[in-house]
Design a protein around this ligand. Sequence first.
Ligand code: ARG
Length: 264
Amino acid sequence: MSDNGLSRRQYLSTVGGTAVTVSLAGCFGGGGGDGGATEITAGTAPGFPPFEMKQDGELVGFDIDLLEAVVDETDYTLAGWEEFEFKSLIPALTNENIDVVAAGMTINDERDETIDFTDPYYSSNQAIVVREDGDFSPESMSDLSGRPIGAQKGTTGESTVQSELIEPGNLDESNYNSYGNYVLAVEDLQNGNIDAVVIDEPVAQTFAAQRPVTIAFTYETGENFGFGVREGDDEFTQALNDGLSTVRDGNTYQDLTNKWFGQQ
Ligand code: ARG
């Protein structure tokens, strides 16, 4: 693919966490190079491999490559990336600190009330991850009853714990541990502080490949990930959707899935 990292990393090191906001309204660059193209800033929440993570201090992952490839197909220019905790991404978007969210974010009705989404670009279920060498091998949600479990704050993994375990009375609220990111949750699982983590399946597979943890079972949620955009940024959303379908129609999408998820 044509992405060579453009000014993203350079941008991050010079601008750091400063919010850069550019109005999108009615100022298309009109193609032909980046001169005059509208600059947009993307936001993500690393610690969610292989979608977004830090590698030797650099932000990398499927979402990073995919959004860059998609934006490359549009008249917009990606000025850079900003990192947040997952639960702060929607506020950052609505506050105009960022213009697009690429964070394995599930499209759902609750979020759709505040923001818009592009077309879906990946699907997932939830997975229940446990220690590989442990003696705890749950097979269903009810087996998690009374066990300390964890998920990332503000995620659909957390909602799954709420709706499938806490609300039906199978798990005491005090047994649920909420983490700023999934790496911390999985570390706590490895350390024995919790007995299971509820997390998106492709990310569970990545952790299972890299750490002494394993998927005990999956819980079907039929989630779809989309890029988050501000309500009303319709031209921008349309441009991203067009870019996404171009990237899907060519080899880029397949190349990126092979790169980040292995041959499939
Ligand atoms: N798909 C889940 C959700 O939308 C989890 C996303 C977590 N993403 C991240 N970059 N940490 O709630």
